[in-house]
Design a protein around this ligand. Structure first.
Ligand SMILES: [Zn+2]
Length: 288
């Protein structure tokens, strides 16, 4: 299980979340069989959604859509406030690296587009917000969204590192937010530290990247850990849910599927699980 740590500066003016999302992104890669760039792009979106979900109260559902006009297509992720996240990328096969360094490229293949969030508090009135993609690197686009849309100055660092076989080695990140009451002097101090912070990939490479991130954020200032929460990839799809979706097609359509196709096979976009309905299953749905 991965974890997310919520912390606050002892002055109460800065809040930071620090995450280990390695298993989350590894599971996503296994389920979707994504190649290098697609793995990193999907992984960063899942991490952004884990941060966003941790920021919500109550029992809400949080959707993040990164919609670009280049090779990746859309990246869609849905999280809840219990630590679960799921997601998929339209094009799983983008695999582009810099020749000299082997660095996996993301931004150019996201292209221009939007970072969209939909927060559903279960009231039937979801709150949607859209900001433009500023680099397509997802972490920067997410920080821009937080600063513009939620009006909270935020710094975000998140990444996914791959091993030599392009499998997920480590994934994670942080979010730092300025809270009301922060003094200018304090803000300047944190800003300087964030600017001088080692690259997020370097911090993720540390043996204990959670602590490496916390000390990069707070330096030698005191902080308090508020909570440690379990997070992970989980899909809430089920046979019953797809049965309900089939029923909404109506009897004529179900009959056609039974008689012409002798059954139906439905694959969940979010986790790749396939549900098979035989001709008899479909007839049972019609007769219900
Ligand atoms: Zn599923």
């Amino acid at each position: 299980m991965d974890k997310l740590i919520k912390s606050i500066s002892s002055s109460g003016s800065f809040r930071a979340y620090v995450l280990d999302s390695t298993e989350t992104v590894r599971t996503a890669q296994e389920k979707h069989q994504t190649l290098s760039s697609s793995t990193v792009a999907l992984g960063r979106t899942l991490i952004a959604n884990q941060i966003l979900a941790a920021n919500q109260k109550g029992d809400s559902k949080i959707t993040v859509k990164v919609i670009g006009d280049s090779s990746f297509g859309h990246i869609i992720s849905v999280a809840d406030t219990k630590g679960h996240v799921k997601g998929y990328i339209q094009n799983t096969g983008v695999d582009i690296k810099k020749t000299a360094t082997g660095e996996v490229l993301v931004g150019p293949f996201m292209g221009n587009g939007h970072f969209v969030t939909i927060i559903d508090y279960g009231t039937g009135n979801p709150y949607t917000s859209t900001t433009p993609l500023i680099s397509g690197e997802i972490g920067e686009d997410f920080a821009y969204y937080l600063t513009e849309s939620e009006q909270t100055p935020s710094a975000v660092g998140l990444n996914v590192l791959l091993d030599q076989d392009d499998k997920v080695k480590v994934a994670g990140g942080f979010m730092l937010q300025v809270l009301p009451g922060a003094t200018e002097e304090e803000i300047a101090r944190y800003e300087k530290r964030i600017q001088e912070m080692p690259a997020i990939s370097t911090l993720l490479e540390s043996d204990d990247h959670i602590n490496a991130l916390l000390s990069a954020i707070y330096g030698d200032e005191d902080y308090k850990v508020l909570s440690e929460e379990e997070i992970g990839f989980a899909c809430d799809c089920s046979r019953q849910r797809f049965e309900a979706a089939l029923i909404t097609l109506g009897n004529a359509e179900l009959k056609a599927m039974a008689e012409e196709d002798h059954g139906a096979e439905i694959t969940c976009q979010f986790c790749g699980e396939t549900y098979t309905f035989t001709e008899q299953d479909l007839e049972a749905l019609i007769n219900d």
